[in-house]
Design a protein around this ligand. Structure first.
Ligand SMILES: [Zn+2]
Length: 491
């Protein structure tokens, strides 16, 4: 989520190299199986018909693959047959979308009650997302956003609220939804799982948290939502929080203070544990501050190019160049207002093509991806109305000259490389013995305890009394007969 308002954005891998395609690996495996056979001493018969036998063996080995991989079977596709090329690429490389807000829809429409006959996700629904259309769209992986609204009026960022509870509920409903549709979806907590899920024909399903407010300004909470399975946190949504300045507050005329002191500590900890740092929604200074200290690649789960559309939600060119050095990724968003500011209603699939080509030209094809924001905004471009339309976008990019290899990077290989690098970096940091971060929000108010608590340290009692600790601990009153008596005083 979510882009609902008119002004502000509402809202170990068994392949040898992250860049090699499954088709290439199939080829490699087949070559190995051919090499094993010549170890037998060739007989006269074998010598005479060696080439024919080898050819026939090779053809036999490849024949079951002809249907699946027309390229590898030696049946090249007409380069101008963009639909066929798209199918070939998306059958062998998982298309991974960076941001879909279906869990938010589950919350607002179903109050997270997903069982029963009320909604059949395997049938065509209204809105942008259902399993039928994900199949049509050849979606191979999805980061599901667990979004909870942020309140711009909140200034003391660790004040008690329901936001963390609601976030836990969104993680819960997303996991239950994935299990309920286990024939089509597979929960994934690491990058290697994505390829495994793709091989079984299921959509790899990951969880992303859309805003630092959702962990209550607490680095301990970042560690715990990682334990619960969340794999990215968007540093802000549309309000400032304990960690960073949001785009929306700068757009509203506020100062761009970038990353806060606690925000630097949060980045340090996210890199240590392998939580992906998502910079969509953050202010431009926050982007620059994070990139200046990040020890691992960053992602933008759903953002456009600022040079193409001067909306502050988009990524400026200097940041795109830094993302290249950081080996990160900007996943192109499909939200009308970020594509066309003046006439968002005219936004179309061609605008998304322009944003992707610009990001690729400045940051490189190795640093661009797809991050739709489907189900998080009502305003999607003509031609990209729902999750079934991803192949149309790929065909258009091919028409513009994108090669199959570039498309593989765009749709999934980049994200898998970036995520794998973040995982590797976390392992290396942890191997150094770096301890968990204990920093806290400045001015955090902690419970004082009570006057006669069993303190561990000398002076704590006096300190607590001076700070106003309660005179007596709360206890249930018991009368002289040993019965609970709420009226009894002085116990
Ligand atoms: Zn968003």
């Amino acid at each position: 989520m979510a882009d609902t308002g008119p002004q502000t954005a509402a809202k170990p891998d068994n392949t040898p190299s992250p860049s090699s395609s499954d088709a290439e690996n199939v080829d490699r495996a087949n070559q190995h199986s051919i090499i094993l056979h010549p170890q037998a001493q060739p007989t006269g018969f074998f010598r005479k018909f060696r080439s024919s036998i080898l050819f026939a063996s090779f053809a036999l080995l490849l024949s079951p693959l002809t249907y699946l991989y027309p390229f590898t079977a030696g049946t090249p596709v007409d380069p101008t047959d963009y639909a066929e090329r798209t199918k070939c690429v998306l059958k062998t490389t998982p298309l991974i979308d960076g941001h879909n807000d279906l869990p938010w829809i589950l919350r607002i429409e179903l109050q997270n009650r997903i069982y029963g006959s009320k909604v059949d996700f395997e049938k065509r629904l209204l809105g942008h997302t259902d399993i039928q259309r994900m199949k049509q769209g050849m979606v191979g992986g999805q980061f599901w956003s667990v979004y909870v609204h942020c309140d711009t009026a909140v200034k003391h960022f660790e004040d008690p609220s329901w936001v963390v509870r609601d976030t836990l509920e969104q993680i819960d409903v997303t996991k239950r939804f994935i299990v309920e549709h286990a024939d089509y979806l597979q929960y994934c907590a690491d990058s290697a799982c994505v390829r495994q899920a793709f091989k079984t024909g299921r959509v790899a399903s990951m969880i992303g948290i859309e805003g630092g407010h959702q962990v209550g300004g607490s680095i301990a909470s970042i560690r715990q939502v990682y334990e619960l399975g969340a794999r990215y946190i968007t540093l802000t949504h549309n309000c400032d929080n304990a960690f960073a300045t949001a785009t929306s507050s700068v757009a509203a005329g506020g100062p761009d203070n970038g990353l806060s002191p606690l925000g630097y500590e949060a980045i340090k900890e996210m890199n240590r544990i392998g939580m992906i740092v998502d910079l969509s929604h953050v202010s431009h200074q926050t982007m620059r501050d994070v990139l200046s200290v990040a020890r691992a690649p960053v992602v933008f789960s759903h953002s456009g190019a600022y040079a193409v559309t001067k909306h502050l939600r988009n990524v400026p060119d200097d940041v795109l160049r830094t993302v290249r050095k950081n080996d990160g990724i900007v996943m192109a968003v499909f939200v009308n207002r970020f594509l066309r500011m003046k006439h968002p209603e005219e936004a179309s699939i061609h605008d998304v093509v322009d944003h992707i080509l610009h990001i690729a030209s400045v940051a490189g094809w190795e640093h661009v991806g797809l991050g739709s924001d489907f189900s998080g905004t009502p305003y999607v471009p003509v031609g990209l109305e729902d999750v079934s339309k991803f192949p149309d976008l790929i065909e258009l990019l091919m028409e513009k000259g994108a090669t199959d290899d570039q498309i593989r990077l765009l749709v999934g290989e980049n994200l898998l490389r970036v995520w794998g690098a973040i995982e590797d970096r976390a392992k290396k940091i942890q191997a150094t013995g770096e301890m968990p971060v204990e920093a806290e929000y400045e001015g955090r108010r902690w419970h004082l305890g009570v006057k006669d608590a069993p303190y561990m340290l000398r002076g704590s009692r006096e300190k607590a009394i001076k700070a106003g600790a309660a005179d007596k601990p709360f206890m249930f009153n018991v009368d002289d007969d040993g019965k609970h008596n709420p009226l009894e005083k002085g116990v």
